[in-house]
Design a protein around this ligand. Structure first.
Ligand code: MN
Length: 264
């Protein structure tokens, strides 16, 4: 695994995003970041192989199996990106506001051909499924729960880079028919809305810089993430005033492509 692309795209003296660093161990956490950049989208990240495997999901994940969400695989991110919430300054890659929308843990659900070849629940098993382009996982998050499939697409469109996947909810108890992600504009770390994080004029944070309220945290790994976030918060919030819109064009085109599900 490599964070070269992550490093190449960023200027770390300008962005508050964490520097690239490969971890030796993976805890199988996941994070979904709501990212108000040139285009609003959600970044879906799974901790494995010492990095966060990452997909940009233009419409965001859904708990409705009828929604087949386009998910564009993007560069691996460092694990420390897990709790990054704040503002990427204008003129930088991905400029805009980032919210930690959901956090939790994930486990691989091995299909038969993979089962038996690898120790269940390990990175090796997960990597095999990822390579195959048929990646089934179970999420245990604050907002997202239950089983999901990430299916690699073979695009019919010429010139596509093979980065297109579909993120699809499987049928189970966690299904919510007609799931509307816009109803849940609240940070999993701080309870803030995207407008509050971005310091938009008229947002609550703009009017009174009240401390973010949050409930008791049960999971120790989440408490760690929140503690780290608190350390960084002052720096981020002082930089996070104003509605930064990126100048650079995002790579994510919003249109659903003419693709057919063909796992490879
Ligand atoms: Mn993004």
């Amino acid at each position: 695994m490599s964070l070269d692309e992550y490093k190449r795209k960023r200027r770390f003296e300008e962005t508050p995003e964490p520097p690239p660093k490969l971890e030796k161990k993976s805890k199988h956490r996941f994070v979904v970041q709501k990212h108000r950049a040139t285009r609003l989208h959600y970044d879906f990240r799974l901790e494995m192989e010492g990095v966060l495997k990452s997909w940009a999901v233009p419409k965001g994940p859904s708990l409705d199996p009828a929604d087949k969400r386009l998910a564009m695989q993007v560069e691996d991110h460092p694990v420390s990106y897990f709790d990054f919430e704040g503002t990427i300054p204008e003129g930088n890659y991905g400029a805009g506001t980032v919210m930690v929308w959901d956090v939790g843990t994930w486990e691989p659900l091995s299909p038969e051909p993979v089962k038996g070849k690898f120790v269940p629940g390990t990175d090796a098993e997960a990597s095999a499924m990822l390579k195959k382009g048929d990646f089934k996982i179970r999420l245990h998050g604050k907002k997202l729960n239950g089983d999901f499939g990430l299916i690699h697409m073979k695009s019919r469109r010429p010139g596509t880079k093979g980065t297109e996947w579909l993120l699809i909810k499987k049928q189970d108890d966690a299904v919510v028919q007609g799931y509307d992600i816009d109803q849940y504009d609240e940070s999993a770390l701080t309870g803030r809305s995207i407008a509050e994080i971005g310091g938009d004029q008229g947002s609550k944070q703009w009017q009174s810089s009240r401390p973010a309220s949050r409930g008791a945290v049960k999971a120790p790994w989440l408490a760690d993430a929140i503690a780290k976030f608190d350390e960084k918060k002052n720096r981020l919030t002082t930089e996070g005033t104003g509605d930064h819109k990126g100048k650079k064009k995002g790579k994510k085109k919003g249109a659903e492509p003419g693709v057919s599900p063909s796992p490879r």
